[in-house]
Design a binder for this molecule. Structure first.
Ligand code: COA
Length: 304
């Protein structure tokens, strides 16, 4: 029997209005899991700033359609000047940011020997440097204002294990965990908390999901989910709202004593390696096989 399903979408366990009057900024919140997390904050009364390089409108529209308050602005997390300018824009529109969700990320599969220096740099710049630039900007502003706050980074389970075929992202996410521990100690005396939430497999039709196999499309996502369910100890994939609920708890007053944690929400999948992992296939071979299979599937679909 798999782990029980979660309560329905729209349910929440924090008191209604728990984030009333607070401003929550979600980087990369225009799509996918960032958007789902942003929606949960909005449902609890937060004024939500959706910031991303180009995709913020979809997140703003989703929150407004759900009856919430949202504002969108452009930010390139790799550019500290863009980060500062975006905080200014959000402050002008909604007020000072109380909660920062560092969700923006970039990733693609490529075996390390085929990864260009610029490919490595690009992902590390987005994931690790971007997380630091945003956290730093938030921290500076909260310290200057003499106000506390909460930061939540979106991590990855493979930060603890390594990520063959995504070495850049795994190394950067490991850096994010480490940054979480450093900043938690530095900022606790100033009432600023920081934690990291590492999601497992959360399929979303509207996202480019790094945990979905290379070359996947929405059309074959259901088949992948069915396959994945067999590999997860909890027997099912995650639902985005489950991440949203944990995120809203971690940044709330109910977690005021909780800082410096990395929490993996994946039904124990990252811990299961020993008993049930599939026979090992070298990463280059696995990458090439899956790419070939995806191309063959696409060709067959085009021909049918
Ligand atoms: N395989 C190998 N190398 C790749 C690659 C892939 N699939 N995608 C990008 N790269 C390399 C590029 O070739 C380039 O290196 P080069 O200059 O040596 O050729 C480098 O990475 C930068 O790529 P570029 O596309 O110019 O960077 P960008 O800043 O425009 O975009 C990403 C970077 C990560 C946002 C983009 O690759 C992307 O859209 N990825 C998929 C979506 C995604 O990451 N979603 C988030 C999931 S967590």
């Amino acid at each position: 029997m798999p782990l029980s399903p979660p309560p329905p979408l729209g349910a929440h366990f924090l008191p209604s209005g728990a984030y009333g009057g607070r401003v929550v900024m979600v980087t990369g919140g225009g799509t996918g899991l960032g958007k789902s997390i942003a929606l949960e904050f909005a449902r609890l009364g937060a004024k939500v700033a959706i910031v991303s390089r180009s995709n913020f409108e979809a997140g703003v529209a989703a929150i407004k359609a759900d009856g919430g308050e949202a504002f969108g602005a452009a930010m390139d997390v790799r550019d500290p000047a863009s980060v500062a300018a975006c905080f200014d824009a959000v402050e002008a529109a909604l007020g000072p940011v109380d909660v920062l969700i560092n969700n923006a990320a970039g990733n693609f599969e490529v075996p390390a020997d085929r990864m260009s220096p610029n490919a490595w740099k690009t992902v590390v710049d987005i994931v690790l440097n971007g997380t630091f630039y945003c956290a730093r900007e938030f921290g500076l502003r909260r310290l200057k204002a003499g106000k506390g706050g909460a930061v939540l980074n979106v991590g990855a389970p493979y930060a603890a294990t390594g990520g063959p075929s995504t070495a850049h992202s795994a190394a950067a996410k490991a850096g994010v965990n480490n940054l979480t521990w450093s900043l938690a100690v530095e900022w606790a005396p100033d009432n600023i908390r920081i934690n990291t939430l590492a999601p497992g497999f959360y399929p979303e039709k509207d996202r480019s999901n790094h945990s979905v196999e290379a070359g996947s499309s929405a059309a074959n996502l259901d088949a992948q989910i069915a396959k994945r369910m067999q590999t997860i100890p909890g027997g099912r994939v995650g639902q985005a709202r489950e991440l949203g609920w944990l995120a809203t708890f971690l940044c709330s007053d109910y977690a005021n004593y909780l800082t410096g944690h990395v929490i993996v929400l994946d039904a124990a999948n990252w811990l299961r390696r020993w008993h049930s992992t599939a026979p090992f296939e070298p990463i280059r071979e696995s990458f090439d096989r899956r790419k070939r299979e995806a191309e063959e599937a696409a060709a067959a679909k085009g021909g049918s």
